[in-house]
Design a protein. Structure first.
Length: 244
């Protein structure tokens, strides 16, 4: 296999790490991010409520770009606002653009919300902040279809969460759905109480598996990839403020 190229790219509040074997695939992802952000910003200019609501958004008509429709659909499953799926949706479209450019290895990490297509095994680390449960990762076998892995946290990063999870990670074939589900799961994790009961918040069609870490506790649910030890250093985290 040829060398994997990685590039850190920022467009306003969107901050991503893109991995591919060819620079043209990275450029395809960047073009997609620019285009999808433009579509989102144009829509938000027409209806600023879309950006701030934390409840299910009622479009009222179909006059909206596809990314907006996808965000509405994915978050409505969990009864949360559409912006809860923005990072996953942008990553999803960027990966699709890379595939259309011929990529068989394409990873877009949008602040912990990943869309990945990998024709060789990859290791995806889970950053858990101050938790004593550290250096865990999923080993993702080679795939011919994209996969979404999204993580929300109430203790790490600037994204809005109403819960206490150090890491609430969800896996789905749809990166936008994974992003929305991770937000819902993170919101369900309170300071005390059963972690396993929190998974009812994401027990929906399309969600393959989930993981929650809170302090010294960890709970698993559904069908998850093999886990292994791997150093998860802060230097590998795609940092930045939330999208839009």
């Amino acid at each position: 296999m040829s060398e994997i190229l990685r590039e850190h790219f920022q467009l306003k509040e969107t901050i991503v790490t893109i991995a591919a074997r060819e620079q043209s695939h990275i450029e395809a992802a960047k073009r997609s991010i620019r285009e999808q952000r433009r579509l989102l910003e144009d829509f938000i200019c027409k209806d600023p409520f879309f950006m701030i609501t934390m409840d299910t958004y009622d479009l009222g008509n179909d006059d909206a770009p596809d990314i907006v429709l996808q965000m509405i659909k994915c978050t409505a499953v969990f009864g949360i606002g559409p912006m809860a799926a923005v990072a996953g949706a942008i990553a999803k479209y960027a990966t699709q653009a890379m595939m259309e450019d011929g990529a068989t290895y394409a990873i877009v990490d949008n602040g912990g919300d990943l869309s990945l297509l990998n024709d060789e095994p990859v290791v995806v680390g889970i950053y858990t902040g101050a938790s004593s449960i550290k250096d865990l990762a999923f080993e993702i076998p080679e795939r011919s279809e994209p996969l979404g892995i999204a993580t929300s946290s109430g203790t790490v990063g600037p994204s809005i969460s109403f819960g206490w999870a150090d890491a609430a990670t969800v896996i789905s074939q749809d990166p936008a759905l994974a992003d929305a589900a991770a937000t819902a799961l993170g919101n369900a994790v309170q300071a005390k109480g059963s972690l396993t009961e929190c998974f009812s918040a994401v027990d929906r069609p399309g969600i393959e598996g989930a993981l929650v870490i809170r302090g010294e506790e960890m709970a698993l649910w559904g069908d998850l990839p093999m886990m292994r030890r791997a150093r998860v250093g802060t230097e590998r985290i795609t940092k930045g403020w939330p999208d839009i």
